[in-house]
Design a protein around this ligand. Structure first.
Ligand code: GTP
Ligand code: SPV
Ligand code: MN
Length: 601
């Protein structure tokens, strides 16, 4: 349960209230202590109904938090402009508040729980004065799923309340799942004064608690997503024998064959949404290949009684990157965001239609940029923020998998780790075995993107794409991953991909997007033992004849697969630097794996 905010004698009997509180006394009591602390002027119990979503949207428009978009071109859609200082996750003020520093490990910012509670309590005192506190009960996972988790978020942001209604199974359904018990993640959120110098996203895994202050941005504020489903989730997964991962889940069906399910970990803004929603290129579609989406950002995976790995998507919606989305790169996403979507930080055309760099159609002669300032192509800056996003529910995806409804999850045949690397890392390689696969994930490096504040384009180690999201010591996380070799009898094969390798001119060597199905097809056929590969120092690689490269420049494919021994010496040194950080927590199996790689190279 954790230390609760200090109770005062002040009571909220006079607090204007919308909606009805649940019977659950634990919920009512906790909400009351938070009211006493934050002192809102009104209370709103969310029930998750369609009427409520409509009424809150209207209220948000009246308050100027949302702008209604053109109802002819984008029905049911609105635009939110965030504070310009609050457009991405802020890792420097994200903390793992475990009893000891070593439980958080060397890659997380750590704060002692008492210090964190004290610091944030001081921030929260009166922080909701003049505001409404929204009580948002939410369920991560499908009702009836073995892994489903209830959270309750208290927030003073109507944008957060509305977004939670799209991103999670929100309201009644969550309270029903909770019943009378005390088993819910206590998520307290206040935008406060939205000052980056007074911004904290604090996780208390031992207390099943998240306290977030000073930001209204997605991953900092929609606390079911990165905070609960990944940081608290990964901690619970370690305790309970499952995995919470920054992964997409998708199905691929070969002509006349069975659907194969795969998961894929890519760092933020490195291609999960695009891959999960992939549309087969025409000649693949003509042959009968099909793809379907289960999730685009988070996978919860557990070993089933059948010895296989089962994956499910705990979310109910998408919070996807907008720039670059068009009918060629991602037609399913274009369809999803054509109605009933909240856009955040895109540009606005004079007729009330949203616009972004890379959208279909001509570049407008003028618009308002993401901050609301007049913009023309001569302005010399982006009109939409590079991390502008769309928020919409799963069911708007034409490619949504029927398997997404299965509370037991999909059986995983392959796991992909993918990075954004302009140099060194080949397009595709398959691990020799489970331990080698864990090594490939653990040593992943990727160029930073606009999804997190800070410098963009620098290579950093991002093991399993979980560097910002692992709620405990990552050395022990590697050991946990290795343990699945014994927990599973039907182990997924593990692959590593890099869509982002460039030539000397800086052009991508691989076309990417729909054409990634050429590689997924090889992955599916490897799982079925139907296609060949060659043994290389890095792992199994497809020969050109193992792939459908019809219409692809073979020389560029080979360049994308090339192994440069000099560059690999540097890569090995960078990997070593990461491993050294973990000291005694670093599993020996991975150190031995590195030595094997060194000798092969
Ligand atoms: P988060 O939501 O931040 O976790 O990101 P994500 O992993 O879902 O990334 P997303 O699919 O939104 O892709 C981000 C950006 O990567 C896109 O806007 C594209 O610019 C680029 N991208 C995605 N897939 C490909 C690809 O296959 N090739 C190339 N060259 N770029 C890609
Ligand atoms: C990411 O940054 O990985 C995202 C967006 O998926 S956020 O929800 O902000 O974390
Ligand atoms: Mn993500």
């Amino acid at each position: 349960m954790g230390p609760s905010p200090q109770s005062t004698t002040q009571r909220s009997t006079a607090l204007p209230t919308t909606g009805r509180p649940p019977e659950n006394a634990h919920v009512r009591q906790w909400v009351q202590t938070c009211i006493d602390l934050c002192q809102p002027n009104a209370l709103y119990w969310c029930d998750g109904s369609a009427q409520e979503q409509a009424a809150l949207t209207q209220r948000a428009v009246a308050e100027g938090v949302l702008i209604s978009l053109n109802p002819q071109t984008f029905p049911g859609c609105s635009l939110h402009r965030s504070n310009p200082n609050d457009t991405a996750r802020t890792e420097y003020c994200t903390f793992t508040c475990t009893p000891t520093r070593e439980l958080a490990g060397p890659t997380n910012n750590w704060m002692a729980p008492e210090q964190a509670y004290q610091t944030l309590r001081a921030c929260y005192v009166g922080s909701m004065r003049g505001r409404t506190m929204y009580v948002v009960p939410f369920l991560m996972g499908l009702p009836g799923s073995p892994l489903a988790k209830v959270g309750i978020e208290l927030t003073d942001s109507i944008y957060v309340a509305l977004s939670m209604g799209l991103m999670t199974r929100m309201g009644r359904v969550a309270l029903d799942a909770l019943g009378g018990n005390d088993h819910f993640t206590r998520c307290l959120h206040s935008v406060g004064e939205c000052d980056p110098h007074r911004r904290y996203i604090c996780h208390f895994p031992q207390d099943n608690t998240v306290w977030s202050y000073g930001s209204g941005y997605g991953g900092n504020a929609l606390l079911g997503k990165k905070c609960l489903a990944l940081r608290i989730g990964s901690y619970l997964g370690h305790e309970e024998g499952w995995l919470a991962e920054h992964m997409l889940i998708m199905g691929i069906t070969p002509p006349g064959g069975q659907t194969t399910y795969i998961t894929g970990a890519f760092p933020s803004a490195c291609g999960k949404t695009n891959l999960a929603m992939l549309t087969p290129p025409p000649h693949f579609a003509a042959k009968g290949w099909k793809t379907e989406t289960i999730g685009d950002d988070i996978a919860w995976m557990y070993p089933g009684k059948d010895g296989a790995l089962h994956a499910l998507n705990p979310e109910y919606g998408y919070f996807g990157v907008v720039p670059g989305t068009n009918r060629t790169s991602n037609p399913n996403a274009v369809e999803i965001m054509s109605h009933d979507t909240i856009f955040t930080n895109v540009a606005l055309l004079p007729d009330g239609t949203p616009w972004w760099e890379g959208k279909d159609g001509p570049i407008p002669s003028r618009c308002l940029d993401w901050t609301g300032q007049p913009w023309t192509p001569a302005s010399g800056r982006k009109a939409a923020h590079p991390n502008s996003r769309f928020t919409a529910i799963l069911t708007q995806n034409p490619a949504l998998s029927p398997q997404a409804e299965d509370p037991a999850g999909a059986l995983v045949s392959a796991i992909i780790f993918g990075a954004r690397r302009s140099k060194t890392i080949p397009l595709i390689v398959e691990a020799f075995n489970w331990t080698h696969g864990v090594y490939l994930g653990a040593t992943m490096g990727s160029e930073t993107t606009a999804a997190a504040s800070g410098q963009v384009g620098v290579v950093r180690r991002d093991p399993m794409a979980m560097l910002p999201f692992c709620g405990y010591n990552m050395g022990r996380y590697f050991t946990h991953w290795l343990s699945f070799e014994k927990r599973l009898t039907k182990r997924p094969r593990i692959f590593f991909v890099n869509w982002f390798r460039t030539d000397a001119q800086g052009k991508f060597l691989w076309p990417g997007f729909g054409d990634n199905l050429r590689l997924l097809a090889w992955i599916v056929e490897r799982c079925q033992g139907r296609v060949g590969a060659i043994d290389t120092p890095l792992g199994w690689m497809p020969r050109p004849e193992d792939l459908d490269l019809d219409g692809i420049d073979r020389a560029r494919f080979e360049q994308a697969q090339a192994i440069d021994p000099g560059a690999w010496q540097q890569e090995l040194r960078d990997q070593e630097e990461l491993f050294t950080k973990f000291g005694a927590d670093m599993p020996n199996e991975l150190l031995a794996e590195r030595e094997r790689l060194r000798s092969r190279l």
